[in-house]
Design a protein around this ligand. Structure first.
Ligand SMILES: [Zn+2]
Ligand SMILES: [Zn+2]
Length: 153
């Protein structure tokens, strides 16, 4: 992916949301684009590769600022640490393996939030819904194959 895709112009992305362009900010954006659903440690290690002097606190702060600005999305399935991704505008969902914790993207059939309407609207009086968070839980192909072969022996 070394084509001049405007979506990968990190300084332009930062300017578009009125964030000052700094080296840690572009480096964190780049790291989140490079490793979807990475946790903070992975992002920190990746950023450190190009910016050895960057501190953990700086990476935390930048992740916060980028999430608040909507440039990245933070997801945290229960039992998992926070993870970050750059696919922000398509309301996609996630599938999580109960065994190894692998996370995958699942396209949203509707495409825009909220894609589910709650059944009992009496509980929601006064609420303006803007998102329905869907996580599919199960076993990934590797783990289900491993379980199947274990139960046979
Ligand atoms: Zn698995
Ligand atoms: Zn995702």
């Amino acid at each position: 992916m070394d084509s001049p895709d405007p979506a990968l112009d990190y300084p332009a992305q930062l300017r578009a949301v009125d964030l000052r362009v700094t080296r840690p900010r572009t480096a964190v954006l780049e790291a989140v684009h490079a490793c979807p659903h990475a946790d903070t440690e992975t992002i920190f290690a990746t950023v450190r590769g190009g910016l050895p002097e960057v501190s953990r606190q700086t990476v935390y702060d930048v992740l916060h600022a980028l999430t608040a600005a909507g440039l990245i999305r933070r997801i945290q399935p229960s039992g998992s640490v926070a993870r970050y991704e750059s696919r922000v505008s398509d309301n996609h969902h996630h599938v999580v393996c109960r065994s190894c914790g692998t996370i995958g993207d699942v396209d949203c059939a509707v495409g825009e939030a909220p894609c589910l309407t709650a059944a009992d609207s009496a509980d929601l009086e006064g609420f303006v819904l803007d998102e329905a968070e869907v996580i599919y839980w199960g076993l990934c192909p590797d783990c289900s194959t491993r379980q199947a072969s274990r139960s046979q022996s």
